[in-house]
Design a protein around this ligand. Structure first.
Ligand code: IMP
Length: 428
């Protein structure tokens, strides 16, 4: 297979885990390039359901090597727990998991800081996952972060941790009036974690570039979604990393010229977790119905997801900034019982209709969606095995989505199991 970047084209939770699992059968390497254990990628296998937070979803295929790239922020405790969980289920990661020595670490003070900032009166509430993602990336940008490579030079690690705590403890004490962190506890815990993860740590940029020379194929696994990207998303209601396809080069050390095909994953409707504008959000009654049918609860935090109609303005913008060449639509079956289905084709603001996604979250909050209404297909699609056998109205709906976002749909998912996946190549 050609190198492929799989990116979420909405606000995350598009069902990328299942799609990566399917595509990674043909990939030599599957690589995470951003985010951390804020992600929750669900993969349903014969032996049970797995929710992966850090380890790439390619781990279920024995021949596939999995890489956590330099652009990821790593909570080593979470990583070790995930390795153990997989091994308990008989999935060995030894010799198949590689972690970048350049990746930045998440420390306990990042997690606490994340939660304190969220709860602080007067600060903007983002609705973060509370995993310390923003504060760790914040330290990276401030050049006060600590990377995995630092753990293997005890003097450097001691020095950096002391400096970091000096500043953090002042903030905890003076601004938040909470207990200071103890240097010795963190220092000794992280040296223990360092020992455990050592067999996996290497220069993953070299590993991947050597693989490219040997003509191996790489699948880049995006976490979150385009509209949570720190630059292209609905700032400030975003995560702190480069979710978009360009992030795959930055976050791995694979040159942009080698990224290959860009595939966007979208849900047949829209969901969002956390705060921030959401023009097509359902009324409470429909929200409840779709949330229940689509099991729309966060895979990491268990929070109920906000649900709404498919927003073509939002996805078209994603297709543009990612260079999406193919679309995968997931969870179409969740719409099976609806008599009418709406698609947002523009926004009304200040008496005008706009068709481009606005940069300002304040403006987006005031936008009213302009809808076109489609008749529902009112039949069960979850057991359909061939695209040609899909109800005609569902095909019409998909054709319209494809036309509006200006990208062809190549794959359709109508349930969490692998056999509930239809290829559309024979669609014409
Ligand atoms: P953070 O990444 O924990 O800092 O959270 C920032 C925003 O991104 C919040 O609105 C989260 O709900 C959202 N977010 C982070 N990770 C995911 C994800 O994997 N799926 C959906 N939303 C996410």
């Amino acid at each position: 297979m050609p190198n492929t970047v799989v990116v979420g084209a909405q606000w995350g939770d598009e069902g990328k885990g299942k799609i990566i699992d399917i595509l990674s059968k043909d990939a030599d390497y599957v690589v995470r390039y951003q985010g951390g254990n804020n992600a929750g990628h669900t993969v349903v296998k014969a032996c049970g359901e797995f929710v992966l937070h850090l380890i790439p979803s390619g781990i279920f295929h024995k021949r596939t090597r999995c890489v956590i790239g330099n652009g990821v922020v790593v909570d080593p405790q979470a990583l070790i727990e995930e390795i153990h969980k997989l091994e308990d289920k008989g999935i060995s990661v030894k010799g198949r998991l590689f972690v970048s020595e350049r990746a930045h670490l998440i420390f306990p003070y990042h997690r606490i800081y994340d939660r304190l900032r969220e709860d602080k009166k007067g600060f903007i509430k983002i609705g973060t996952t509370g995993r310390g993602i923003g504060p760790s990336y914040g330290d990276k940008a401030l050049r006060s972060g600590i990377r995995i490579v630092d753990l293997y030079d005890e003097t450097t690690f001691r020095h950096k941790l002391e400096k970091s705590l000096l500043e953090k403890n002042e903030i905890f004490d003076k601004i938040y009036h909470v207990e200071r962190f103890d240097f010795d506890t963190i220092y000794s815990d992280y040296l223990k974690f360092a020992k455990i993860i050592k067999p996996y740590v290497c220069d993953t940029a070299i590993l991947l570039n050597q693989a490219l020379k040997k003509k191996k194929s790489i699948l880049f696994e995006g976490a979150q979604g385009t509209h949570l990207d720190v630059d292209h998303g609905t700032y400030p209601f975003v995560t702190s990393s480069y979710v978009t396809a360009g992030g795959a080069a930055v976050g791995t050390g694979v040159p942009p010229t080698k990224l290959g095909k860009i595939v966007g994953v979208v849900k047949a409707y829209t969901t969002r977790v956390g705060e921030g504008p959401f023009p097509t959000e359902f009324d409470p009654e429909l929200m409840e119905e779709i949330r229940k049918k689509g099991k729309e609860f966060g895979a990491t935090t268990g929070r109920p997801r906000r649900c709404g109609w498919f927003d073509a303005v939002l996805v078209r913008y994603s297709c543009m900034v990612n260079g999406i060449q193919e679309i995968v639509v997931t969870k179409l079956d969740v719409l099976d019982d609806l008599k009418e289905i709406k698609i947002c084709i523009g926004y009304k603001t200040n008496g005008k209709v706009i068709r481009n996604f606005p940069a300002s979250s304040v403006m987006l909050k005031e936008c009213e969606p302009v809808y076109e209404t489609h008749q529902g297909w009112l039949s069960d699609t979850s057991q359909v095995k061939k695209y040609s056998a899909m109800p005609p109205r569902s095909k019409k709906y998909l054709d319209r989505l494809s036309k509006l976002v200006k990208a062809p749909i190549t794959l359709l998912s109508v349930g969490s199991h692998e056999d509930q996946t239809l290829w559309l190549s024979s669609r014409k």
